[in-house]
Design a protein around this ligand. Structure first.
Ligand SMILES: Nc1nc2c(ncn2[C@@H]2O[C@H](COP(=O)(O)OP(=O)(O)OP(=O)(O)O)[C@@H](O)[C@H]2O)c(=O)[nH]1
Ligand SMILES: [Zn+2]
Length: 383
């Protein structure tokens, strides 16, 4: 344990184990010599490291710092993976917002230095009455939007997840589970193509490992895949089948909740043998959108393009004359379900965005007020 006691190493990876080579900085694999630096770069690449992150630290003294990927978020600590170690980092108030998938820069004593800019970020409005944005995951490449091929299949819900993916800038793949219980999968596939003509769609029996093989294509080395979908659609089943018998380097940490039950806390990135990272997102029963205007626009592209043809720039697409959206409804070119879904998500995100902005302004005013009280007290003391 280091003197700052800020972290604890869970385990060291074996890549720096000594070899018979006289050169302590190299080890021989299949006759080729691989330096520790190369090996460690390879480990980082498998965790999703890429030039976008390296560029952010170009001027820093790289020999004194370490990069760590946040593999899991728990109530009081993060679980991190560096090129050589698995360690935990206690969460403190001084840290910026950090979520699973983030890249951190650590000092040589493994204490927190800063967080790197993200390639992508998933967030939502915190569940319940809390006015707060909650980060779900950072630096995700692909999201599996999981739906089951039965009565639970719901296009409105799918559009909600798709909006989140579009806002985050993450590639969506529609994974339709319970194909073994479905007589005609084409009906469902057609519905998804109706809302997203170029969609990537995979139908699977999540219980069977061979059935989910096609999904491994998206989970190659260095790729991070998030699995999202409502309760009961088969996310855990799918993840278990994808992990299969492969060793899970990051195991779920279970903590006692207030009622004394054991629950899986936080979100966890699972390392697959194929090199990919799979993100589990438990506890996502409520998915309220906030700050998602672009995501909504991307998800409902055809409505946006129809709206551009409306006679009035501020058309609400209700009963205004010259409304191209209403015209498309009448002609049967646009489904009324689609328009209702668009308007609902747009309203929801606008409402949540406004209350978040209001809260931020209130917080800023409160901070200003506290500062002025403190300054006043200091001035009085100084007299
Ligand atoms: N026949 C069949 N059953 C499935 C399939 N996928 C999931 N199931 C079953 O559906 C039920 C729910 O699956 P889970 O994996 O727990 O669903 P989940 O999405 O993780 O649900 P939450 O944990 O509530 O978010 C379980 O009984 C699974 O065995 C499938 O492709 N085929
Ligand atoms: Zn209109």
């Amino acid at each position: 344990m280091n003197k700052h006691n800020r972290f604890s190493i869970i385990k060291s990876k074996t890549i720096s184990s000594s070899t018979s080579s006289s050169n302590s900085n190299s080890l021989s694999i299949d006759g080729s010599t691989v330096t520790h630096q190369e090996k460690s770069n390879d480990s980082l690449t498998r965790l999703g490291w890429r030039p976008f992150f390296a560029q952010q630290v170009a001027e820093e003294n790289i020999t004194e710092i370490q990069f760590a990927k946040v593999m899991a978020c728990h109530r009081n600590q993060f679980e991190l993976e560096t090129s050589t170690h698995t360690l935990t980092l206690p969460i403190t108030n001084q840290m910026p917002d950090i979520t699973v998938g983030d890249w951190l820069v650590l000092n040589d004593d493994h204490s927190f230095r800063h967080r790197l800019e993200r390639i992508s970020l998933f967030s939502r409005k915190a569940p319940g009455s809390k006015v707060q944005t909650q980060l779900i995951a950072a630096n995700v490449d692909t999201v599996f939007i999981v739906s089951s091929l039965n009565n639970d299949f719901n296009l409105n819900r799918i559009e909600r997840y798709l909006t989140l993916a579009n806002e985050a800038g993450v590639t969506p793949v529609f994974v339709l589970t319970k194909a073994d219980l479905c007589d005609d999968t084409r009906v469902y596939i057609k519905q998804i193509l109706g809302i997203s003509p170029l969609a990537m769609i995979e139908t699977v029996n999540a219980l069977a490992r061979e059935s989910v093989q096609s999904l491994h294509t998206y989970c190659s080395a260095g790729q991070t895949v998030a699995v999202m979908g409502s309760s009961g659609v088969g996310k855990s089943t799918l993840i278990n089948s994808l992990i299969g018998s492969q060793s899970q380097l990051t195991s779920d940490i279970r903590e006692d909740d207030s009622k004394g039950r054991h629950t899986t806390t936080g979100r966890t990135l699972h390392q697959l043998k194929s090199g990919g990272l799979l993100l589990d997102t438990p506890g996502m029963r409520e998915l309220q959108l906030a700050d998602c205007e672009q995501g909504v626009a991307d998800t409902f592209e055809e409505i946006i393009s129809l709206a551009r043809q409306c006679r009035f720039g501020d058309c609400h697409h209700q009963s205004e004359p010259g409304c191209a959206v209403q015209m498309a409804l009448t002609n049967g070119e646009l489904e009324s379900r689609r328009l209702t879904s668009y308007q609902k998500l747009l309203r929801e995100q606008a409402l949540n965005t406004a209350s978040l902005a209001q809260k931020r302004a209130k917080d800023r005013n409160r901070t200003k007020f506290h500062r002025s009280v403190q300054d006043g007290a200091r001035r009085l003391k100084g007299k």
